[in-house]
Design a protein around this ligand. Structure first.
Ligand SMILES: [Zn+2]
Ligand SMILES: [Zn+2]
Length: 292
């Protein structure tokens, strides 16, 4: 059976165009659909239509429309739009699409949502998310393997059949919850948000273990953020990342994603995008497919 990872959104939490921005690239993306980048999310789609979603972005409606253009997904029977979900953390781009799971919209039935204990408590204890739990639109799945990081037990509800899904704690600004990265079959690694590669002791070890790594590429360089205190920026810069992982990039695919609307690599024709490609890295594109 074929199993494919799709990048459903390669933008940072606010996507491109970003609401409220009049920057040139936002103005351009409002008229050019090919320039649009949706909120950060990936999925694992089996050719029998089973689909496991990682993060629920505010653009989930458009992401579902894109998935429906794929015959495997379109052949799903009516019911829950996904078999299972995993949430990395409670920043806006990664979970607020859950609002569409509730009774005003999809009204999903007992959809398994995997997350850490802190993320589960956040959803259980705060309106409006608590209603998804009390009305059983979602069924929170928290187990030892999902708390401090570890393998989610095989056969857990909603997981792709036979897949090994491992969560990995990563350092990231955490006002409400902790943050995890995800390994699928020890083959594809997804870390969309991290403060700094140097603050993650397992960084080299984890990247070294995976064939394909889809990593935080939020900002290109310090120049992108004039007047901002660098201590407030909870993401690495691409120009540092391509140096830091130069060795690792020689023997595996490293795909950068989660681009802020200000990031010049959003334009594949930019010199900055060329620099990333020349360094042996890849830039995520919308609906990019990676075979598992
Ligand atoms: Zn994010
Ligand atoms: Zn974040």
């Amino acid at each position: 059976m074929a199993r494919t990872v799709y990048i459903l959104g390669s933008g940072q939490d606010g996507g491109l165009p970003q609401f409220g921005s009049r920057m040139a690239q936002d103005v351009a993306a409002r008229i050019d659909p090919l320039a649009v980048r949706l909120g950060p999310s990936i999925c694992v789609l089996d050719d029998d239509g089973r689909c496991f979603l990682i993060d629920v972005s505010p653009d989930i409606k458009e992401q579902e429309s894109r998935l429906l253009r794929l015959p495997a997904y379109a052949a799903r029977k009516p019911g829950n739009p996904f078999d299972g979900v995993l949430l990395t953390h409670a920043h806006m781009g990664h979970y607020v699409g859950l609002a569409h799971f509730g009774r005003e919209a999809a009204n999903t039935r007992a959809l398994p949502v995997n997350c850490t204990e802190k993320m589960a408590a956040f959803l259980r204890d705060n309106a409006p998310w608590d209603q998804l739990v009390s009305l059983a639109n979602v069924e929170l799945q928290v187990s030892p393997g999902r708390q401090a990081g570890g393998v989610i037990p095989a056969g857990s509800p909603g997981l792709p059949a036979g897949a090994v899904v491992r969560t990995i704690p990563v350092p990231h600004r955490g006002e409400y919850t902790d943050t995890i990265g995800v390994s699928i079959n020890e083959d594809v690694l997804y870390v969309p948000d991290i403060d700094d590669w140097r603050k993650w002791p397992a960084a080299r070890d984890e990247i070294g273990k995976h064939r394909v790594c889809i990593l935080d590429g939020t900002f290109f360089s310090r120049d992108e953020l004039p007047g901002r205190d660098l201590n407030e920026i909870s993401h690495p810069f691409i120009e540092d990342t391509i140096e830091f992982f130069a060795q690792e990039a020689k023997s595996r695919r490293i795909i950068l994603t989660h681009f802020n609307h200000s990031n010049p690599v959003c334009d594949p024709a930019s010199p900055q995008a060329r620099r990333v490609i020349d360094a042996g890295f890849e830039l995520a594109q919308e609906m990019m497919a990676i075979s598992l």
